[in-house]
Write a protein that binds this ligand. Structure first.
Ligand SMILES: [Zn+2]
Ligand SMILES: [Zn+2]
Length: 131
């Protein structure tokens, strides 16, 4: 069964498709306004929530608590620096096969997974040793 999508949801999906990286709800709100597709912030949140439950959008929470949204198809993982907040994408998924296994052993329909690595980037390590 396919849920009926509202125009707000369509607009947000299109925006996420055109933006290759994660974006906060606040920034989605601003970006839609720039594109003359304004909607209230509450509508942005409500639409994101529905899209999330459909498995179309996924949320990633950064070290500073900010939530970033992106299309769920992107199986992307990041190295996040706790010092400067840099978010470095890695080009492999170490749990891709595990996901398939879990789907069959637990009969669970997995939309997406998250996996994040936290620490210090090269520059912040250098800055630390310089002290
Ligand atoms: Zn850093
Ligand atoms: Zn993955």
């Amino acid at each position: 069964m396919r849920a009926v999508r509202t125009r707000s949801q369509e607009r947000i999906l299109n925006l996420l498709k055109s933006i290759k990286q994660g974006i906060s709800a606040q920034d989605i709100y601003v970006e839609l306004r720039n594109r003359n597709q304004s909607m209230g912030l509450a509508t942005v949140y409500r639409s994101l929530e529905s899209l999330k439950l459909e498995g179309l959008v996924q949320v990633r929470t950064l070290g500073n608590g900010e939530a970033l949204y992106n299309l769920a198809q992107q199986d992307k993982h990041h190295l996040t620096c706790l010092q400067c907040g840099a978010s470095i994408p890695i080009n492999q998924c170490p749990v891709h096969d595990l996901e398939g296994q879990l789907q069959s052993t637990h009969k669970f329909k997995i939309f997406y997974h998250t996996l994040e690595f936290f620490g210090l980037c090269t520059q912040c390590q250098l800055a630390q040793t310089a002290d």
